[in-house]
Design a protein around this ligand. Structure first.
Ligand code: NAD
Length: 249
């Protein structure tokens, strides 16, 4: 991370009115939530993860599904994690008058907790679960209180409102539209391995939207980004904020 790369990204953000922000699991590691593909990420510990959190497994054995799902996402801890400096920076961009749309792959609710108002949860949320039979929605306390949560109306095993592997991604077209019509796209903390979300930066750049990536490690799509910062999100965002504040006096 050089002073020059920070200043160039700060200038881009300052010049942009509509900012699309795409975030991944790396956004929340500084809040204590492990990502999937870092050295200590959940994926490297268990290669069957994609099967364990798939819609096929939920349909095949919903009771066994809940046991592993609760373990993988540390459900007991959900609700106790706090937003970090990165989440706060994105919310602050809105406070200073930018039109920010957060397109997140995260399911932890931390962007909203930090104050971001326009958040599109592309992979759903851990905070609720719904009944596949009658649609009744159940909150986090209910999910936590039952090893295998059943619908309080019809006793079916409920399904987390998370987009499981094998399910369609809702709002993807809206997300593409936001990113391709923005003045800039900033991607934070994503390996850009998960489809179709990883097509968002491709579509944005094809539409001449300048794009920036803040990520500790390289991705297969690095070549797309005019601005690339290989550093931690919290420290980078703090430095960016100082640069923006200095430029605006
Ligand atoms: P990923 O795990 O595939 O990649 C995370 C990336 O973030 C890595 O490239 C890593 O180098 C980078 N990173 C980690 N900590 C960082 C930091 N402090 N600063 C800068 N970069 C950092 O994540 P993904 O691309 O979002 O794909 C994983 C899928 O897993 C997503 O679909 C997401 O829904 C889900 N997931 C969500 C959470 C969550 O909600 N917090 C947690 C784990 C997994």
């Amino acid at each position: 991370m050089t002073d020059h790369s920070i200043q160039a990204l700060a200038d881009l953000l300052l010049q942009s009115e509509r900012i699309a922000v795409l975030t991944g699991a790396g956004m929340s590691t500084e809040s204590g939530i492990p990502d999937f593909r870092s050295a200590n990420g959940l994926w490297t510990k268990d290669m069957t993860l994609a099967e364990a959190i798939s819609i096929d497994y939920f349909r095949y054995d919903p009771r066994a599904f809940w046991t592993s799902f609760k373990d993988i996402f540390s459900i007991k801890m959900v609700g106790h994690f706090q937003p970090n400096k990165g989440h706060a920076f994105i919310a602050w961009l809105e406070e200073i008058g930018k039109q920010v749309t957060v397109l997140t792959q995260n399911i932890d609710g931390l962007h909203q907790q930090a104050g971001s108002r326009n958040v599109v949860e592309l992979h759903g949320t851990l905070l609720t679960a719904s009944c596949p039979a009658c649609g009744a929605v159940h909150g986090l306390d209910y999910i936590k209180a039952h090893d295998v949560p059943e619908c309080h109306v019809c006793r079916e095993v409920i399904k987390p409102d998370v987009v499981l592997y094998g399910e369609a991604v809702p709002h993807i077209e809206f997300a593409m539209e936001c990113a391709t019509q923005a003045d800039c796209l900033m991607v934070l903390g994503s390996s850009l391995e998960v489809s179709p979300v990883n097509y968002i930066p491709v579509a944005a750049v094809e539409n001449n939207v300048p794009a920036a990536l803040i990520n500790l490690t390289g991705t297969r799509l690095d070549r797309l980004f005019k601005h690339r910062i290989a550093a931690g999100i919290g420290q980078t965002c703090e430095t960016l904020r100082q640069a923006i504040e200095q430029s605006t006096g």
